[in-house]
Design a protein around this ligand. Structure first.
Ligand code: ZN
Length: 275
C-alpha cells in the first residue's frame, strides 16, 4: 500500500486565530524562513526518493515563484492551500471563491498547468460550509483534503478514508485527515502536533496496520516544523504549544516513516494524473 505525503507550504507566521498575524499587509515585516525550511524538506525527500504533494499558499507562490519552480523540478505535485491562509468557515462563499481563484491563478501562472488539489487552512471545511466542495469543483479541483472526522474540529461522522462527493459540477474526491479509533473517538496521529506528541513506534505501527488492511494513510508536515529557531512574536499559550511543542523530533520521525513506508503525491494515489 502507498500512503500520501503532503506538505502545507506556508511560513512560520501563517497561524490562524492570532490577531497580530492576521493582517497580510503586515506580513512583509516578518522574517521569511520559507526557503531555508523548504530546502530542508526537499533534501530529505530527495534522500529517500519520495515525491509529495505540496499544498502551496498563494501568498508564498506570489512572493517566491522560484521556490515553486524548484519543487516542480524535483518532481513533486503542486496543489493549493488558498491565498491568504484564512479558515473557510470564517469566509463567505464569495470570499472563499475569490481567495481560491487568486491562489489558482498565481500557482498556474508558475506551473503552466491546472491545479487539481486543495487543502483548506486548518482543515476548515466544516458542516457550516456546505458550498465549499461545489466551489472547488467548479474551478477544476478534483480532490480536496480539508475534512476531519473529529468531534471538536469537524464532525465525527466525516469520512475516515478517501471517498467521492457529488457536487453540481461533478464528483470530487475527499482525502481526509488520517485517524485511528480510540473508544468512540477518532484520534489524529500522522502529522502536525499529533505526530510530534505521539511516540514514533505508535505512528508507524498504526500506518503499517492500515496498509496491511489495504488502506492508505496520510502524513502531513509544514516547513516551520523543520526550524528549531523560535519566533519573536509572543504567541498565545495554546498556539505556542501547537506550533513548537517537541519540534525537534519532527525530522527524525518523518525520516523514519519515509525509510520504512511507501509514499506518493495524492494526485498519483487517486490516479488523477491523466486528468
Ligand atoms: Zn496552513
Amino acid at each position: 500500500m502507498i500512503n500520501a505525503l503532503t506538505v502545507d507550504l506556508e511560513d512560520w507566521y501563517h497561524i490562524c486565530g492570532v490577531e497580530e498575524l492576521s493582517n497580510p499587509s503586515e506580513w512583509h515585516n516578518y522574517e521569511s524562513r520559507i526557503i531555508k525550511n523548504t530546502d530542508r524538506i526537499l533534501t530529505i525527500l530527495h534522500q529517500y526518493g519520495v515525491k509529495a504533494t505540496f499544498f502551496v499558499l498563494g501568498y508564498i507562490a506570489s512572493q517566491e515563484p522560484g521556490l515553486i519552480k524548484k519543487i516542480i523540478d524535483a518532481g513533486h505535485e503542486i496543489a493549493s492551500h488558498g491565498f491568504f491562509h484564512q479558515r473557510v468557515f470564517e469566509l463567505s462563499e464569495k470570499e472563499f471563491e475569490d481567495d481560491l481563484v487568486r491562489s489558482l491563478d498565481v500557482i498556474s501562472s508558475i506551473t503552466n498547468k491546472g491545479v487539481v488539489g486543495y487543502r483548506a487552512p486548518e482543515w476548515s471545511i466544516r458542516d457550516s460550509t456546505p458550498w465549499a466542495l461545489s466551489i472547488l469543483r467548479k474551478h477544476g479541483i478534483l480532490y480536496d483534503s480539508s475534512m476531519v472526522p473529529l468531534t471538536r474540529m469537524g464532525n465525527r461522522n466525516n469520512p475516515v478514508s478517501p471517498c467521492q462527493f457529488k457536487t453540481e459540477y461533478g464528483k470530487i474526491w475527499e482525502f481526509p485527515l488520517t485517524t485511528t479509533k480510540l473508544f468512540w473517538e477518532n484520534i489524529p496521529f500522522s502529522g502536525g502536533l499529533p505526530l510530534r506528541m505521539v511516540p514514533y513506534f505508535y505512528i508507524i505501527s498504526k500506518l503499517n496496520r492500515m496498509n496491511r488492511e489495504g488502506r492508505s494513510g496520510m502524513v502531513y508536515i509544514h516547513p516551520w516544523e523543520f526550524d528549531n529557531q523560535k519566533t519573536k512574536i509572543d504567541l498565545p499559550l495554546s498556539r505556542r504549544f501547537m506550533h513548537y511543542f517537541n519540534i525537534r523530533v519532527t525530522r527524525k520521525k518523518v525520516e523514519g516513516l519515509l525509510k520504512h513506508l511507501q509514499f506518493a503525491p495524492i494526485r498519483e494515489l487517486l490516479d488523477l494524473n491523466k486528468c
